[in-house]
Design a protein around this ligand. Structure first.
Ligand SMILES: Cc1cc2nc3c(=O)[nH]c(=O)nc-3n(C[C@H](O)[C@H](O)[C@H](O)COP(=O)(O)OP(=O)(O)OC[C@H]3O[C@@H](n4cnc5c(N)ncnc54)[C@H](O)[C@@H]3O)c2cc1C
Length: 477
């Protein structure tokens, strides 16, 4: 078995399959660099890691910071008050699952690399393409000129996957690759920070007009923040920031919560990075597999980072692939096993992709400071922000906690990926997600946002089609 790419998905797969077959993990980089900041491992991914390798799980726990047991939610960025809280803890507790939390990516990577038998991980071998052999296996060509043969090839080589490019005969990057610029750029900062709510609050998502800001406790007195802005691609290079990124953001978020300004002022320039965000639409019509070759993680379902689920979904892929491949008794069964992997993962990953995109679109383009009536002795009654978006944001306030509950129950309940689709959760999405989208329609100002951001955005066009097909099937029984 050959795995291309030693990211979180490739490492998790190699970790579990090394006990069942000969594994070669080809990683393009010469050595893993210690960069990347923290990664959220949500309850669904943690439950899988615990099931796949208890030893890896225990080591992760030693470095882990829980957020699921803390207060998390959305704050009004201008008024600096809670708008809606989301409960990460109850859906996990109800199912006896570990709480969501964060770990440093390099720590996670180290734990997985150390779990691999010597010789499995081969650094400095970028996969360029593959050809199928007459006996049903694959030959993999590396950039170094090395050629490796195996029964199965898994493309875990990230959003710009060469394995996907070879499978679909399309470019790995740029036009025609299927990955497109999301319309958003993100500034991220990571620093030691004495937050006044340390130990009580996990995530704070500050919403307001046309942008948002996130502050997360990442443990050991450290914090991470993100500023999501709608910008044309390449703004990191084209936009002038003569006083640096921190000052730039302080101006962009002028008038927003003092929390945002405190953390920006405390952040040094070398602690800030900016990157444009790319994702893909769900792949339903395009292949996930090619006989004994399959795609995993970002190579097939790269998504926006808003839900912190991209890596978690790669871990779900790894579990399902391992289960399917372990159950094959004969080489000739492998293509059917890989097809079954796709069937089990397609709709769930599409829904998470859609939700992740939906979260950025609705928060940036749909939300505003909620409308509010205030009274004081000097000015009497005031109607604050009584525009369409402000009223919609206010109307959504009681709906959002229900939506979050549906979302987290869906994410946590489905970790086994036993069914192609969880119809009950899918229908809940249709109802609650549809309401949010319809309300959001006017504030985005696009004709029929129900299609513009749309249910397609929420579930992925083909995820939506799959849900509807399942409902049709059920109702015809
Ligand atoms: C700002 C941001 C924050 C995020 N936060 C979270 C989070 O909190 N939680 C979460 O779950 N997800 C998060 N994600 C998403 C997550 O990073 C990805 O979904 C996840 O890393 C995907 O894992 P992967 O193994 O599929 O691919 P990757 O992690 O991209 O790994 C691909 C690997 O393949 C290697 N490679 C590339 N090309 C080749 C080749 N041709 N041959 C061999 N090797 C190759 C690369 O060097 C790399 O090691 C975030 C993403 C972003 C952008």
């Amino acid at each position: 078995m050959i795995i291309a790419g030693g990211g979180v998905g490739g490492l998790a797969l190699a970790n579990v399959l090394q006990h069942h077959c000969e594994v070669i993990l080809l990683e393009r980089t010469e050595e893993f660099k210690r960069f990347g900041g923290p990664i959220q491992l949500a309850s669904n991914a943690l439950q899988i890691i615990q099931t796949m390798d208890r030893n890896v799980y225990d080591q992760i726990m030693e470095q882990f910071t829980f957020t699921g047991d803390k207060t998390n939610g959305i704050k009004d960025g201008i008024r600096d008050e809670w708008y809606a809280k989301f409960d990460l803890g109850t859906p996990a507790k109800k199912r006896n699952m570990p709480y969501t939390g964060v770990i440093d990516r390099p720590e996670l990577q180290d734990i997985y690399i150390k779990s691999l038998a010597p010789g499995i991980l081969q650094n400095g071998d970028g996969v360029q393409g593959y050809t199928k052999t007459p006996r049903g296996g694959v030959t993999v060509q590396c950039a170094s000129g090395k050629v490796v043969e195996g029964d199965v090839l898994i493309g875990a080589d990230g959003i710009w996957s060469n394995v996907r490019s070879a499978m679909r005969n399309e470019p790995s990057k740029g036009e025609g690759s299927g990955a497109s610029y999301s319309g958003y750029t993100v500034f991220a900062g990571e620093l030691a920070y004495p937050s006044s709510d340390n130990g009580e609050v996990g995530y704070k998502v500050y919403i307001g007009p046309s942008q948002y800001f996130v502050i997360t406790d990442i443990g050991k007195g450290n914090y991470q923040w993100y500023a999501f802005l709608a910008k044309p691609p390449g703004s990191a290079d084209t936009e002038e920031k003569p006083d640096g990124s921190s000052m730039h953001l302080q101006k962009v978020f002028a008038g927003w919560s003092p929390d945002i300004h405190h953390i920006l002022q405390a952040t040094q320039e070398h602690e800030i990075q900016q990157r444009d965000l790319y994702d893909r639409p769900p792949s339903v019509l395009k292949p996930w597999t090619d006989e004994t070759v399959a795609l995993l993680g970002d190579s097939i379902h790269a998504m926006m980072p808003n839900l912190g689920q991209g890596g978690c979904q790669a871990i779900e892929d790894a579990m399902v692939l391992a289960q399917e491949l372990k159950s094959a008794k004969l080489r000739s069964e492998i293509p059917a096993k890989l097809d079954s992997y796709r069937t089990r993962r397609l709709v769930r990953s599409a829904a998470v992709q859609g939700l992740s995109r939906f979260a950025s679109d609705i928060i940036i383009r749909g939300f505003d400071t909620p409308a509010k009536i205030v009274w004081d002795e000097t000015n009497g009654i005031q109607f604050q922000n009584f525009n369409y978006a402000g009223i919609v944001t206010k109307l959504l306030q009681p709906i959002l906690p229900i939506f979050f509950s549906v979302q987290f129950n869906f994410l946590y309940e489905g970790w086994r990926n036993e069914m192609a689709i969880d119809v009950e959760a899918g229908l809940a999405f249709l109802v609650i997600g549809g309401t949010i989208l319809l309300l959001g329609a006017g504030s985005v100002g696009e004709a029929g946002v129900g299609l513009g951001l749309g249910l397609e955005t929420l579930l992925g066009s083909e995820g939506l089609e799959a849900i509807l097909a399942s409902v049709r099937e059920l109702t015809s029984l």
